[in-house]
Design a protein around this ligand. Structure first.
Ligand code: FES
Length: 265
């Protein structure tokens, strides 16, 4: 029997370059190793989830000063809060003393008190009090705040860049902003959230939201009558984003009210 070895990250990158160079008429599904290789996933964690911008949530989840939620991204524990000035803060949720988690779940707090030795942090991560630490002459509270991670609010969505190396997000999404502008997301409230865990590679989830091809088969009674597959159009994106348009079936009752700036298109 021939011995087959798992493709290396370099093998997969070469394959990806090859696939990207194909003409549309030759398009095909990526090899399964893209979705199963642990080594490739490790590379993606650095290249995509640490070096890039990742959306953590919507500003409507923390509308008031003191509101917060906690989350995790490629093993990093994260605390998202709204401080007293109204600014959104994305902080490390790891206590600077002994690494205990500072907050859990979501809620509203005037400050964050670590449950282990009661070090207390402000909503922006600054260390306010550390019991009994005055006796340590070299202790500098200013250096012991929760690290503020590189964050940006774009179109009311909260993004983080874990390794702090990413270029500012908004300029990268300029063309997308032009498409979304007339929706006026900045005026929209958050009315509903849902959480789902996909027991799969992250790209399966992402790819699902990049196309309307599946609507007629997967959502024949809900999305297909409203925004049929046949009317979906790929939007020419760029390195930072991708999208498709799902046009309404003219026979479907309008779903308004829409913002007055919305056009037929
Ligand atoms: S680990 Fe947080 S106060 Fe000690």
């Amino acid at each position: 029997m021939p011995v087959t070895t798992a493709p290396t990250v370099e093998d997969l990158r070469r394959e990806l370059s090859h696939l990207r160079g194909l003409d549309r008429s030759e398009a095909r599904t990526m090899p399964s190793a893209f979705y199963t290789s642990e080594a490739f996933l490790d590379m993606e964690k650095d290249a995509v989830f640490r070096a890039g911008w990742v959306c953590l949530g919507h500003v409507g989840e923390i509308p008031n000063p003191g509101d917060y939620f906690t989350t995790e991204l490629v093993g990093e524990q994260i605390l998202v809060s709204r401080d007293q000035t109204g600014a959104v803060q994305v902080l490390s949720n790891v206590c600077r003393h002994r690494g205990n988690l500072v907050a859990s779940g979501r809620g509203n707090q005037r400050s964050f008190v670590c449950g282990y030795h009661a070090w207390t942090y402000d909503l922006d991560g600054a260390l306010k009090t550390a019991p009994l630490m005055k006796e340590v002459k070299t202790f500098n509270a200013k250096k012991c705040g929760l690290p503020q991670l590189n964050c940006e609010v774009w179109s009311n969505f909260i993004f983080v860049n874990l390794d702090g190396t990413a270029e500012p997000l908004a300029p990268q999404l300029g063309k997308l902003d032009a498409i979304l502008h007339n929706y006026h997301n900045e005026e929209r409230n958050l009315l509903f959230t849902d959480e789902a865990v996909w027991n799969t590679n992250w790209k399966n989830l992402t790819e699902n939201f990049m196309e309307g091809y599946h609507l007629f088969a997967t959502h024949p009674k809900t999305l297909q009558p409203m925004t049929p597959t046949q009317l979906c159009r790929k939007v020419p994106g760029d390195a930072a984003w991708t999208a498709y348009r799902s046009y309404y079936d003219p026979n479907y009752p309008p779903r308004g009210p829409f913002h007055k700036d919305m056009t037929e298109d």
